[in-house]
Design a protein around this ligand. Structure first.
Ligand code: F0G
Length: 445
């Protein structure tokens, strides 16, 4: 891949402050995670060139047949929509390329005719984070950064650790002292990251620490404050639409933690509309766990600001976040697209997760909040059964095996044993006993 092949649909790109009263711009080559003028978040702003949408779509399709690593990535295949980064700096694990599954059991469970899951958990490190990490780590390399740092409930750290290792950079991850899913910690260790479990701290505390550390000139921050993470995660929507033949679904349902993914999906929608690649918004529905739902609470109050939750609580540890940094863009997304903002209980998440398992799909707890929300919206009459719904499953089932075992064994605190619980059964080494399990308690069919 030569540099000339880094085509763009944009004439120019710059870092731009999200604060409407400021809107200062900075070159992409500056290492910035907040506006030096007003302190608000930065985003990447582009000027479109006006290339024909059909030609762009066709080029993206053709690249599926290519052996070039950039074309094989479900992020860099859509590089026309990304910031310009020289191919020699790109760090890729061939992320993306995640499947869409039609789920029959889950659709019936939620009371809808049809339900599609796009399983972002089937990425190289098992979560959607890889979509954003490939772009932000490539930018880190282009800037000559040597130390990569993040705060994480587990998936960001697993992903950053892998991409840092691929790119030959040092990775330092800070995670809460307790309740990070075991699969995620194991990944960070295996990929060689320095893994700091911060005693007594939750995600919001840890994020405050890494934001301070990122002021050091040699340290590069990889949380979703980093605008290049958001750019990569736009590819989730682009890839989804490419897979659906550019038929825009009525609803897109996503779990919300730090709300980076909600911000990225909304940015992608806005840009695809601007480029003439789609004509209308899908409604973006954002789902939080009841014990960590500052966005839902703000929407319910009709407020323009969130009130942070000091002690967020949920077994879905990926989204145990009380002070999400991307809340402003999430509110805009709900407003612009007409999506819902939903809180679901621990019991609803746990049961929905088991239902997704029954389709042979499976996911981690935070991802299952999406199905719980679809079921709830349907029960409340806010969704018609025939509407087209795509729910994003953000993490792999094996990220959090403890949760799954506890659910099926009836040992998940505050969650009664559900009808989908399927505990392991201890048996004697006796054929007759075992045969009964083949035939539902009898000795033959
Ligand atoms: N689902 C999973 C599996 C996650 O790991 C996360 C966030 C979310 C949903 C929420 O996404 O923050 O973009 O709203 N995990 C982060 C982490 C916070 O550190 O791994 P968001």
């Amino acid at each position: 891949m030569d540099e000339a092949n880094m085509r763009s649909l944009w004439r120019e790109a710059a870092l731009e402050c999200l604060n409407e009263a400021c809107r200062r711009q900075y070159p992409l080559t500056e290492k910035l995670f907040a506006c030096p003028n007003c302190g608000d978040l930065l985003s990447i702003a582009y000027e479109p060139t006006g290339e024909e949408p059909d030609a762009v779509r066709a080029r993206w399709r053709e690249r599926r047949l290519s052996d070039d690593p950039l074309d094989q990535s479900g992020v860099w295949r859509f590089r026309e929509c990304l910031p310009p980064i020289a191919p020699s700096h790109v760090v890729t694990l061939r992320e993306g390329n995640t499947p869409i599954y039609r789920a029959r059991f889950a659709a019936q469970y939620a009371g809808v005719h049809d339900l599609l899951f796009k399983h972002l958990g089937l990425n190289p490190t098992g979560s959607f984070k890889d979509y954003g990490m490939t772009v932000a780590v490539s930018q880190a390399r282009a800037l000559g950064a040597r130390i990569l740092i993040c705060a994480s409930t587990g998936n960001t750290s697993a992903s950053m650790a892998a991409y840092a290792a691929r790119g030959g950079m040092r990775a330092i991850v800070l995670i809460p002292g307790e309740d990070v899913a075991v699969g995620k910690v194991a990944q960070a260790l295996e990929y060689g990251a320095v893994t700091l479990q911060v005693r007594g701290a939750n995600f919001d505390d840890v994020l405050r620490l890494v934001r301070e550390l990122s002021a050091r000139p040699d340290v590069y921050l990889l949380n979703s404050l980093n605008p290049f993470r958001i750019e990569g995660q736009k590819a989730i929507l682009i890839e989804l639409l490419d897979q659906l033949g550019w038929e825009v679904p009525e609803h897109l349902v996503v779990p919300g933690g730090n709300l980076g993914n909600s911000a990225a999906l909304f940015k992608a929608m806005a840009e695809l509309r601007q480029l003439g690649l789609i004509a209308r918004w899908p409604k973006l529905t954002i789902v939080q766990a009841q014990g960590a739902s500052p966005l839902v609470e703000a929407v319910a109050r009709g407020a323009k600001r969130i009130r942070p939750v000091a002690q967020p609580r949920t077994h879905a540890t990926a989204i145990r976040i009380g002070h999400p940094v991307n809340w402003k863009r999430a509110l805009q997304a709900l407003d612009a697209t007409g999506g819902f903002c939903v809180a679901v209980s621990e019991e609803e998440i746990a049961e929905a997760k088991a239902a997704i398992g029954r389709d042979g799909i499976g996911c981690e707890p935070a991802s299952a909040a999406t199905l719980a929300a679809v079921k709830k919206l349907r029960q409340e009459g806010k969704l018609a059964p025939s509407e087209t719904i795509v729910a994003l499953l953000t993490g792999h089932l094996l990220k959090d095996p403890d949760y799954t075992l506890r659910y099926h064994s009836g040992q998940l605190d505050d969650v009664p044993t559900g009808r989908l619980a399927n505990p392991p059964i201890l048996v004697e080494p006796c054929l007759d006993t075992i045969v009964r399990y083949l035939y539902n308690g009898k000795l033959s069919a």
